[in-house]
Design a protein around this ligand. Structure first.
Ligand code: MG
Length: 388
């Protein structure tokens, strides 16, 4: 889709204000150099042709973060020179459009890139920016000389996008050093559309910027959700009695399940699946069988506890699935009632709870009707912080 677009990533600066002895774009953040994060966003946005402009001293660093399809170009004395050299490299096989981006803005997003490219369909130049919201002052000797109107003022960001032929021409005729490529485009009289910038798309400059960017990257890498999966398995033997408690429903049968509690094998498996997802052991850890107070206890106490523990950690049950393994009693006629009973105990919608059954073809202890086995899976989700 982005066949005829190239991107120039400008990483030739020597900015040391961020500390740590390396130019800022080569410092590590969230486990990788800043440049690597920046390149990843452009790869992810489907930009196939990438030119990375570097300082000649950084060639070894550049090779560590680039794949074969990235062209590495030595920069010039100034940012303007560096961009011009990259444009000349592309001119050998010119793309239709080019994006020019500062490597020190690793928090650029696919959305920002897409907005600039969309604008280029109707204009020769486009760039993201944010309207100035703070009051502005002209200062003199650490005092306010006078206020300045912020009306119509924007903070410029990158990537700045251009019709390739137009920006190449603008760079070839431009004299001196410009703050950015929009300035060079404007010098040639190009119309530049403003697209919506993003506060996260900050230019890493000071140590505090790295801290903020690392936090945002960590959130992006973990996504906005924390997803946990657990499984549970339980078996109870048949003994004398009438009816079996299964998933909160007393199912008529000529025998009962034996156990320390009410022996609800399905609910035990499900409870263990939730504890498992939380890495919180199993029912036995929270309700020791050695403790007489749990003798004959209704299993909903255990399931309710597991769900409360999940909620206390910020999780909710996204869904769960219980399979009962037995020849008899037949589960099908009771499955809907079991689903409703579990939903009531767990405090979640019934459509997120599945109860089903299978026989074991008369094989093994379940086939011989010596007992019932149950398996369960539970998926828990915690919603993370919103990333803006
Ligand atoms: Mg059990």
């Amino acid at each position: 889709m982005q066949q005829d677009v190239a991107a120039i990533i400008v990483a030739a600066g020597r900015g040391m204000r961020a500390g740590a002895g390396l130019p800022k774009q080569w410092r590590e953040i969230a486990g990788a150099p800043v440049v690597a994060h920046t390149l990843r966003v452009f790869h992810g946005a489907g930009i196939k042709r990438l030119v990375l402009v570097i300082h000649p001293d950084d060639r070894a660093l550049a090779r560590q973060v680039t794949r074969n399809e990235v062209t590495i170009v030595d920069g010039g004395e100034t940012r303007t020179d560096s961009v011009r050299k990259a444009l000349e490299t592309l001119a050998e096989n010119p793309p239709k459009n080019v994006l020019i981006h500062d490597a020190a803005r690793p928090l650029v997003s696919s959305r920002l890139i897409a907005d600039v490219l969309a604008a280029l369909e109707t204009t020769p130049a486009a760039a993201p920016a944010l309207a100035v919201v703070d009051a502005l002052w002209q200062g003199r000797d650490k005092h306010v000389a006078h206020s300045v109107s912020r009306a119509g003022l924007f903070r410029a960001q990158t990537p700045q996008g251009f019709d390739f032929a137009a920006i190449l021409k603008a760079h070839r005729v431009y004299q001196g050093e410009a703050a950015d490529d929009v300035e060079i485009a404007r010098a040639l009289g190009l119309e530049v559309a403003i697209t919506e910038g993003c506060e996260d798309n900050l230019k890493l400059t000071y140590p505090a910027d790295f801290k903020r960017a690392a936090k945002i990257l960590a959130e992006r890498q973990s996504g906005t959700m924390d997803i946990r999966i657990g499984n549970g398995y339980d078996v109870h033997r048949f003994g004398p009695g009438e009816g079996c408690w299964l998933c909160g429903v007393l199912v008529p049968h000529e025998r009962a399940l034996m156990g320390h509690s009410d022996a609800d094998v399905g609910m035990h498996a499900l409870t263990d699946a939730i504890y498992g997802a939380l890495a919180e052991g199993d029912i036995g850890r929270h309700f020791p069988p050695s403790d007489p107070q749990w003798k004959g206890a209704a299993s909903h106490i255990f399931l309710r506890h597991a769900c409360e523990l999940a909620r206390a950690r910020g999780f909710h049950v996204a869904n769960c699935d219980v399979t009962l393994v037995c020849e008899r009693p037949k589960i099908g006629p009771h499955a809907a009632a079991m689903q409703a009973a579990l939903a009531d105990i767990m405090g979640c919608p019934p459509e997120r709870i599945s109860v089903k059954a299978t026989t074991s073809e008369r094989l093994g202890f379940t086939g011989r009707e010596e007992g019932i086995a149950a398996l369960a899976t539970a998926c828990l989700i915690a919603n993370g912080k919103e990333t803006s």
